[in-house]
Design a protein around this ligand. Sequence first.
Ligand code: HEC
Length: 237
Amino acid sequence: MAKKSVWTDNRFWQRSAAWITGFSAVLLIWLTFDSIGQISMGSDADLKNGITKRVPGPTVINYKITYEMSTKRGHEVPIIGGNDGKGMSLFQEKETFFGRDDWSEEEAGALLHLGKLGSQTKNCMNCHTLLGNGAYYAPDLTKSWLDPAWEKEGPMQAMTNPSDENGNLLPWSKEQAMAEFLMHPSTYPTHARMMPNLGITYEEAKGIVAFLKHMSSIDTNGFPRNFGKMKGAVHGK
Ligand code: HEC
């Protein structure tokens, strides 16, 4: 009797399938637990002790955040509170957020929570992308806090800056500019598509801006790759 080849043996394939399914299940469970550590939010103590977390704690809103090219990693990384010269965050340089740089962990957390709820109820993702989820009708918001258009010399800050009765510009900041835009986007048309008014209140706007600032501090391995608006970014100026 001719010997049956192993490749045409049903039992061989059944056993292989069972082993591969079992192995993949174990691997997936292990990877899930492995990434929980990477994506869990850091704390105020981490920031104060200079411990880098992929998702920093809420009090990161008290710090200056920049986006800088890391030659080691080949893409930009968020730098929090100054660069140590080797491409790592120093967690030292602070920056006021709505006039304060001492938001406590509880206060900052409550602000972020309000902003997250606001972004969900107003469905920003219907038009924008946040951390890879959403639409591309409007600009990606993952790093929008770092868009130079909102900086002192930037057009969005200039456009939203109110003046006093004599026509002199009032003191204005990036977070005020963003909040003002979010409350009345159709008052500030640009050459791009117009964002409609969504009935966002000042308190909600503050929360949403905190949410955007926190999101920009998350190390997303250089994504979104194509967001060329940032200073120092691959396609930026
Ligand atoms: C119906 C679509 C739509 C929705 C919903 C929407 N936006 Fe927009 N948004 C736009 C468009 C279009 C622009 C571009 C406007 C421009 O540049 O003149 C924009 C611009 C922006 C900008 C400026 C982007 C930059 O260049 O930095 C921010 C910030 C922003 N939106 C935040 C939000 C947030 C937060 C929400 C949810 C609370 C939201 N948007 C909901 C359409 C939308």
